[in-house]
Design a protein around this ligand. Structure first.
Ligand code: SF4
Length: 147
């Protein structure tokens, strides 16, 4: 289901790379090829791939290993709690779903929890609708959303 063969790059790892790239005056890393889904109500793919949203990621300040820990472990549960407070949670889950990420937490949602969400997307439900149902109302505040 993953559209590329590049190594996994969860948001926290991407944020670190983006910060490194910015300090070295290099372009931030892009994601792969987005899944062909209805983008209505979701952040724009260009914004997700190159946006500054990653600079606001809560996980930039944490131990990256937490976001790869077993979901039932203490570290895994702690990472989910941090994600629930993250100001870019919607963007993060959107990126994880749109780019078919297989590893790590995205928006506080682990790989097993993302599978049914991806199935809904591939069946035609819009990404905005899936994000809102997964994260709750009030998460749809991004001004970069696709109309
Ligand atoms: S939602 Fe979680 S994984 Fe995503 S950017 Fe925020 S802290 Fe990181």
């Amino acid at each position: 289901m993953t559209p590329t063969t590049r190594p996994p790059q969860p948001a926290c790892q991407a944020a670190a790379k983006a910060a490194t790239a910015a300090s070295a005056r290099q372009p931030a890393p892009a994601y792969g090829i987005p899944l062909p889904v209805d983008l209505t109500g979701s952040p724009a793919p260009r914004y997700l791939a190159h946006g500054e949203w990653r600079q606001s990621a809560t996980c930039r300040r944490g131990d990256f290993a937490w976001w790869f820990a077993k979901p039932t472990s203490a570290r895994g549960r702690a990472a989910v709690r941090l994600c629930e407070q993250c100001p870019v949670r919607r963007e993060c889950l959107a990126a994880g779903l749109l780019y078919g990420e297989e590893f790590g937490l995205w928006g506080g949602v682990n790989h097993l929890e993302r599978r049914p969400l991806i199935v809904r997307l591939l069946r035609g439900e819009s990404l905005g609708s899936v994000l809102t149902s997964a994260l709750g109302s009030g998460s749809e505040t991004n001004r970069t959303e696709v109309a």
